[in-house]
Design a protein around this ligand. Structure first.
Ligand code: PRE
Length: 272
């Protein structure tokens, strides 16, 4: 199984990807959109992208790519995120990391390094690479990035603002691998209409069938201001009759727009 994820080597996405592919079959890209594009085009059998963090919320680039490209979600991987501060020594003036990681450590950075310049880069491991090249830069990432003979010190561990920091990733596959089996389902709904009570009507078909919703998130459609695409996760499989019936109703409500079934899948919790 060949897989592609956010690089370089050592990102949290890389760690999550080892749940679906062997380490020597994992390639790296610099952005979530290019990963989804590569999987949609059939270049890889799997891609792994971050979706949501327990402190910072949605990874909006991932949601937008799932609305734009036709891919299947085949697994959800949840992993704890424990950040370390890595640098060549304590004398640095810039902290470089993924914007999500900088945000997850906001209180720590304000308290310990109020004068440091914060630089958002493509991934945590990219920030760590900059720290490896430049003594004036510290990176925030997984502490294992300082192992194996690198010139980096772990200056502090567990610097995220909450102990329970965790990120959900989706394993995606080309659209023809979409399945109806699994305990959860992800949908993207674009109703292309706007009237009082629309969102309530879109959610009622689930409530009426006792289907628990795990998440609902709106993203701008990009068509006009105030026009939204809804990302909905439910705790039921597409194979279930109640899900099929609920989706028939939702499709009627969204007949001027579209409803995309990203697929049904199970969740895996990866420790570390
Ligand atoms: O930069 C990384 O290491 C990533 O894998 C990306 C990412 C994210 O986008 O949320 C993944 C997990 C952490 O929440 C921080 C960053």
């Amino acid at each position: 199984m060949t897989a592609v994820t956010l690089g370089p080597e050592g990102t949290y996405s890389h760690r999550a990807t080892t749940a679906v592919a062997d380490d020597d079959a994992i390639d790296f890209r610099q952005s979530v959109t290019s990963i989804v594009d590569a999987v949609a085009g059939g270049e890889y059998e799997r891609g792994v992208i971050p979706i949501e963090n327990s402190i910072e919320g949605s990874v909006t680039e991932s949601l937008d790519a799932l609305a734009e490209y036709d891919v299947a979600v085949v697994r959800e991987i949840v992993t704890p995120i424990r950040h370390a501060l890595l640098a060549q020594g304590p004398e640095f003036d810039t902290v470089a990391s993924h914007s999500q990681a900088l945000a997850q450590c906001r209180a720590y950075l304000e308290r310990e390094y109020p004068d440091a310049t914060l630089e958002a880069v493509a991934s945590t491991a990219q920030g760590v690479e900059f720290a490896r090249e430049d003594p004036s830069v510290a990176g925030i990432g997984h502490p294992a990035n300082a192992e194996n003979g690198t010139n980096l010190e772990v200056l502090a561990e567990d610097i995220q603002d909450r102990d329970s920091n965790a990120t959900r990733f989706f394993a995606i596959a080309p659209a023809d691998e979409r399945t109806e089996g699994g305990g959860k389902t992800s949908l993207v709904v674009y109703p292309d209409v706007d009237y009082p009570g629309l969102l309530l009507e879109l959610l009622e078909p689930f409530a009426q069938r006792d289907i628990n919703m795990a998440r609902v998130e709106s993203r701008p459609s990009g068509q006009r201001l105030g026009d939204y695409v809804f990302h909905i996760d439910i705790e039921a499989g597409l194979y279930e009759r109640r899900t099929k019936e609920a989706l028939e109703e939702i499709e009627e409500l969204a007949e001027g727009g579209w409803v995309r079934r990203l697929g049904s899948y199970d969740t895996e919790h990866v420790v570390e």
